[in-house]
Design a protein around this ligand. Structure first.
Ligand code: NAD
Ligand code: TYD
Length: 340
C-alpha cells in the first residue's frame, strides 16, 4: 500500500500506540494521523507531549462508542490501526468485564466503522498470547499456523477480536492484516508490566516480585522494533494474513530480573519470589520467519542495546514514573501484591 495520507490510530496514548504514532509522523511526512484514545488508566497524555506536529490530532473517545468513532473517522481514511485494548493479564484475572467490552465489542465497532467509511485497510495489533503456552523445550515455537489456545481472560478477549477481524475479511472482504507480537519493553510502558515495574521498584530500592519459580519464558522485543514490524505489515502485508513478530530473544523471568538489577547496579537480593499468577503461561517463543522472509523485517535492537535505552529513559523520566505510580496505581499494587 502506498500513498498513505490519512491514518486513524486507536490507543495511541498508550505504550506501543504512542511509539507507533511517532514512527508514522517520521516515516510519512505528508500523512495526517488521528489518534483516538479513551485515556483509561493506561492512556497518558504525557506520552504525546513531545509531539508538536499539526498533522497529529488527538481525539478522546471510546472505541465501543459507535457514534464517537464514526464522528472521528473520516471518509477517505487509508488505514485504521487498532492498538486500543485492556492489556494487562493480572487485571483480567481480577475482572474480565472491561476486557470483553473494549477488546471484543470495541474491535467489532471499529470493523463496522471501517466498512462504513470505506477504510482501505484495517490493522489489528494482536498478541502471541492468543496461541497459549508452549512447553519448556527450545524446539517448540509459535508459527502463524499454531492453534488458538488462549489461557487468560486477556488472551481470550484478544483471540475473540482476531476471530472478528478474520470474519470481517472473509465475509465482508474488508482488507485486514494482523500482527501477533511477544512481550514489548521500552520507554513509556505503564509500570504494572514486569519490566517497568522492576525498574521503578528498583529505583526506589523496593523489592521485585517474581511470580512462582521465575522460570517462565517470555520472548522480549524493543517497542520500536515492534512498531516497525506493524508499519511493514501495514504497508506491505498480504490482505487476510497474520504475521508473527519476535526478536528471537527468549529469556526466563529470573534472568530478566537479574539483567535489570545488574544494569541499574542494584543488588539481586531485591528479588522476592511471590505467589504465582493463576494459569500462568509457561513459555512464549515466536518464529518470525514469515515477516522476515516476506517483508524483510529485522529487529534493530539487541537485548543489551534495547535494555540500555529503556533504563536510560526511565532514569531520565523519574517524574513520569512518579506520576504513573500515584493515585489508582497504589490501590492496584496493594490488591495485586499486598505488602511485598
Ligand atoms: P497500553 O495498556 O499501554 O495502552 C492501551 C491504550 O488503549 C491506552 O492508551 C488506553 O487509554 C487505550 N484504550 C483502552 N481502552 C480503550 C477504549 N475503550 N477506547 C479507546 N481507547 C482505549 O497497551 P500497550 O502495551 O501499548 O498495547 C497496545 C496493543 O498492543 C494492545 O492491543 C495489546 O493487546 C497489544 N500488544 C501488547 C504487547 C505488550 O507487550 N505490551 C504485546 C503484543 C501485543
Ligand atoms: P507481564 O509484563 O504481565 O506480561 P505477560 O503476562 O503479558 O507476559 O509479565 C511478564 C512475565 O513476568 C510473566 O511471566 C509474568 C511475570 N511477572 C512477574 O514475575 N512479576 C510481576 O510482578 C509481573 C507483573 C509479571
Amino acid at each position: 500500500m502506498d500513498d498513505l495520507k490519512n491514518i486513524f490510530v486507536t490507543g495511541g496514548a498508550g505504550f506501543i500506540g504512542s511509539a507507533f504514532v511517532r514512527l508514522l509522523l517520521e516515516e510519512l511526512p505528508d500523512a495526517r494521523v488521528v489518534n483516538f484514545d479513551a485515556l483509561t488508566y493506561a492512556g497518558n497524555p504525557d506520552n504525546l507531549k513531545d509531539i508538536h506536529e499539526e498533522r497529529h490530532r488527538f481525539v478522546r473517545g471510546d472505541i465501543c462508542d459507535k457514534g464517537a468513532v464514526l464522528a472521528a473517522l473520516d471518509e477517505g481514511t487509508d488505514v485504521l490501526v487498532n492498538f486500543a485494548a485492556e492489556s494487562h493479564v493480572d487485571r483480567s484475572i481480577h475482572s474480565a468485564d472491561e476486557f470483553i467490552r473494549t477488546n471484543v465489542l470495541g474491535t467489532q465497532v471499529l470493523l463496522d466503522a471501517a466498512r462504513a467509511r470505506g477504510v482501505r485497510r484495517f490493522v489489528q495489533v494482536s498478541t502471541d498470547e492468543v496461541m497459549g503456552s508452549l512447553p519448556d523445550r527450545d524446539d517448540a515455537y509459535f508459527t502463524e499456523d499454531s492453534p488458538f489456545e488462549p489461557n487468560s481472560p486477556y488472551s481470550a478477549s484478544k483471540a475473540a477480536a482476531e476471530h472478528l477481524c478474520r470474519a470481517a475479511h472473509h465475509t465482508h472482504k474488508l482488507d485486514v492484516v494482523t500482527t501477533r507480537c511477544g512481550n514489548n519493553y521500552g520507554p513509556r510502558q505503564f509500570p504494572e508490566k514486569f519490566l517497568p515495574l522492576m525498574l521503578s521498584n528498583a529505583f526506589a530500592d523496593q523489592s521485585i516480585p517474581v511470580y512462582g519459580d521465575g522460570r517462565n519464558v517470555r520472548d522480549w522485543i524493543y517497542v520500536e522494533d515492534h512498531c516497525r514490524a506493524i508499519y511493514d505489515v501495514m504497508t506491505e502485508g498480504r490482505a487476510g494474513h497474520v504475521y508473527n513478530v519476535g526478536a528471537r530473544n527468549e529469556r526466563r523471568n529470573l534472568e530478566v530480573a537479574e539483567s535489570v538489577l545488574d544494569a541499574l547496579g542494584k543488588p539481586r537480593t531485591l528479588i522476592k519470589f511471590v505467589k504465582d499468577r493463576p494459569g500462568h503461561d509457561q513459555r512464549y517463543a515466536i518464529d518470525p520467519s514469515k515477516i522476515e522472509t516476506e517483508l524483510g523485517w529485522r529487529p534493530r535492537e539487541t537485548w543489551e542495546t534495547g535494555l540500555a535505552k529503556t533504563v536510560r529513559w526511565y532514569r531520565e523520566n523519574a517524574d513520569w514514573v512518579a506520576r504513573t505510580r500515584s493515585g489508582a496505581y497504589r490501590d492496584y499494587y496493594a490488591k495485586q501484591y499486598g505488602t511485598v
